[in-house]
Design a protein around this ligand. Sequence first.
Ligand code: F6R
Length: 609
Amino acid sequence: MCGIIGILAKRPVVPLLMDALKRLEYRGYDSAGIATFEKGHLVRFRAEGKLVHLEEKLNNYSLDGKTGIGHTRWATHGAPIERNAHPHMSKQLAVVHNGIIENFAELRAELKKKGYVFNTDTDTEVVVHLVTDALVKGKTLIEAMQDSLPRLQGAFALALIFEGQEDLLIAARQGPPLVIGYGKGEMYIGSDAIALAPFTDRISYLEDGDWAVLTHKSATIYYSMGSKQVKREQTKSSRSAFLVSKGDHRYFMYKEILEQPEVVFHTLAHYLDFASGKVRLQKDSIDWSSVSCLVFACCGTAYYSTLVAKYWFENLAGLSVSNDVASEFRYRDPPLSVYQTLALFVSQSGETADTLACLRYCKRKGVQSGVVVNVSESTMAREANIVFPILAGPEIGVASTKAFTSQLAALASLALMAGKARGTISKKQERSFVMALAETPRYINQALKLEPSIEAVSRELIAAKSVLYLGRGTSYPIALEGALKLKELSYLHAEGYAAGELKHGPIALIDETMPVIVVAPYDRWFEKTVSNTQEVAARGGRIIFITDKKGAAAISVKTLATIVISEVPEIIAPIVYTICVQLIAYHTAVLLGTDVDQPRNLAKSVTVE
Ligand code: F6R
């Protein structure tokens, strides 16, 4: 999603803006731009594509302005071309925007009637003309903002600078997050604390409806888009600068894949006490014995983590579980009982617009609502009744890897916690599950060692038109995740299917050119999965079978490749098998030369619906 940076500096601001924009790259973008001052006047530079193109342009100038705003754009309204890149400007001001102004068409028509000329296809340009219109009518800057902001509908984060006002930056938040950073004689505004990490760790988050007037030395915050001041607590950000380095690796995503043994251990150790073989009691947590129904609503990879969790919560805790994609749940107006229902929202970023809307919906309905979230300072973490941390650390690769496996680790632990509280697992079972989970990092390490044979499988995929992933039980969501990762990273078409659904349609696709990746640990679903694999073999499909030693010995069909993983306890199989599907997608992308860390059209933090 778009990234915003704004800086009131004591030094030339352009290198600082570019540094911050690089740190926002992980959010996904397709053009970029900055605005600053040159000899007291506003100037702006924009470029299509990656930041290097903007850098090339800037190399031709020596700019010494000390105040500026910058933006990475993820196109919503209008093609990703330079004309639509932010900042957008008039003679009076420059603005950058993240989100969607929903009533832009109506405002555009009104402003056009007044004679304003629109040069872009964006919704953002209405902000330029709306504020400009107030200023040319003689309003002060503050009055112009107070008149304009309440007229904007939708979700937006804005940063504005004004002609002739080098000691001023205005920011507003209604939806997508904005954080203020406090430096020594410098002030910052950014889409997240990562962007500000090299400058300051003293931050405060704007709440929805807040807008702020920043100078080099102060920040005055107003709430409800009005004129009443409010104080927002300053905190120390934990997202230190070094954590977002790639180290020696070519891609963040690859580094994040390799980090998983350590990261997953960290998550598990938060919830489980390996020494005693017990789940840790969480302070101010849920009374699981009073819950009978669990409702999940999330997006993308996070949604798949909840499809796995469904099996765990049903089997270990005897809970009835419903799973939804958040964009459907939020508009269905689902009837929810406030008694015995727990709504859980899983999110890496904690900012995904649809998931956040579901959390707010459930809270409004009085349903106990928790989040399983990675970014501890995110909006979801701040708004939920209960927060279960994922603790994966900053995830920079746009495609989720370590956050997914850590989500699974956290959800498995919570299912055990629920089973224990509800008396559906015995002490002995608790211990055996905790000890099985303790083995996860070791098995992930072993799966990572299979990389050479996985890379060989990727070579088989690069010429494919389409790839099918199959699995049953907890391997079904891993098949979905594998297909999603392949689509995202390599732009190859891929579908994940419950293996038993094959004959209800997708079998029509199978011929000698179709790779079919089967995720099949030797578990209670294995025999059935093999039968479905036989249906593929009978039609000449090119089978890539991911299994363990017992599975490899038992499979009776000819495969193109068999990837043999260590035998793992059933509860951790989805985490360990995920490593293989991640590596398949990663290597296919590398072989095809796509942008692994920032796949086209994707955004890391999806703050629009
Ligand atoms: C896929 C991916 C996305 C996210 C989805 C939800 O690799 O990363 O599908 O999982 O956009 O994002 P969060 O978890 O931030 O709510």
